[in-house]
Design a protein around this ligand. Sequence first.
Ligand SMILES: *[C@@H]1O[C@H](CO)[C@@H](O)[C@H](O)[C@H]1NC(C)=O
Ligand SMILES: *[C@@H]1O[C@H](CO)[C@@H](O)[C@H](O)[C@H]1NC(C)=O
Ligand SMILES: *[C@@H]1O[C@H](CO)[C@@H](O)[C@H](O)[C@H]1NC(C)=O
Ligand SMILES: *[C@@H]1O[C@H](CO)[C@@H](O)[C@H](O)[C@H]1NC(C)=O
Ligand SMILES: [Cu+2]
Length: 371
Amino acid sequence: MHLGKVLLSFGALGLGALASPDSRGSGSGIGSSHGHGSSGDGSPHGSDGGNPDPIKCQDPPLRKEWRQLNDFEKAEYLGAVHCLTSLKPISPFKGVVNHYDDFQATHADQTPYIHWVGFFILWHRYFVATYEKALREECQYQGAQPYWNWALDASKDENSTAIFETEIFSKTLGFGGNGKYEEATAEQNPFNLTGRTGGGCVEGGAFAPGLFTRNYPTPDCVRRDFIPWIMNSFAQQSLVDHVQAQDDYTSFARAIENIPSFSEPNIHGSGHFGAGGVLGTLGNSAQSPGDPLFFMHHTNLDRILWGWQLKDLPTRFHQVGGPIVPFDYGGKNVTLDFEVNIGTLAPNVTLEQLLNPQGDILCYGYANVEH
Ligand SMILES: *[C@@H]1O[C@H](CO)[C@@H](O)[C@H](O)[C@H]1NC(C)=O
Ligand SMILES: *[C@@H]1O[C@H](CO)[C@@H](O)[C@H](O)[C@H]1NC(C)=O
Ligand SMILES: *[C@@H]1O[C@H](CO)[C@@H](O)[C@H](O)[C@H]1NC(C)=O
Ligand SMILES: *[C@@H]1O[C@H](CO)[C@@H](O)[C@H](O)[C@H]1NC(C)=O
Ligand SMILES: [Cu+2]
């Protein structure tokens, strides 16, 4: 109720009113400003002094960890996510009702092709940046896409629940907590995961039933199913360090996903299966963007990529690798001109364009790469 009031008061300030479908911007999607002749090092400043390129990315929004936001910023962000649900859909999928659903359905449509491939992390970089752009340009959100740095709270005690007690799971000004415990059938739990604690609709927060419904493929609440041992073991800083210690893009891309197994932790799985578990929305590999927490988790992974790139930018603005077909590690690899698409959400772009968060296509930064 508290949150409802906060959101309402922001609505009264005008933020909510801006959510009307008519307010959709015209054709200002990411990529609509495709430029030519940008300097090869990714710097927005052209190298030929005679005819400098226009600077494509000015004043990039700076992404912060959720707990670095003040209450106003948190409410503004949560309100903007709600705003997406009031905009008309732009994707062709049956069952989508609003623009938030477009993101979930687009991910669901491509799930079999965009994981355990060389472009996994860059596809998701584009996906999150497009979401951020929609929040800012169509919902008048003033800030940047925040992130959830789970490693800050990962405990060595596998059964600790401290990681679920941080601000992001606030039931007032946050994403809400766990769901009520529900039994899972053997069919629902093919990996026989133990230690489940939830499965029901998220309790409290901005996305509780009544405040938020996801519509694709069929209407449901946002579900959470916290599994402490997965969250704690997959979110360890030592694993992040291991991923960031990789020497080239190919091994970085492989390390961040590791293998699809619960006996070997992988940081990408931390938010998905630690918070989503078996019955939770985030734990469903196709439908995971149906929980707005998805974008907080994936922005943290993107920050980890950017932190890795920063260690050697001249090389890491221009290096990709890894299979085109999932798990096809001996087969054909992606190259810089490989195109990714996110359906009707934004135009196709190349991996090289996505390597630069402040280039022709993307425009954001991180306030602090370390946290
Ligand atoms: C965590 O809880 C499980 C189940 O109760 C138990 O088997 C395990 O020993 C606990 N782990 C630690 C480190 O206490
Ligand atoms: C899960 O348990 C079922 C029933 O005991 C078994 O058939 C199946 O192989 C198990 N799956 C895994 C991944 O261990
Ligand atoms: C793709 O990259 C992997 C890892 O670097 C390499 O082993 C493989 O030979 C490459 N595939 C081709 C077709 O070159
Ligand atoms: C975008 O990429 C997809 C898949 O690679 C392709 O099917 C589609 O035709 C491309 N769209 C455009 C406009 O090039
Ligand atoms: Cu994904």
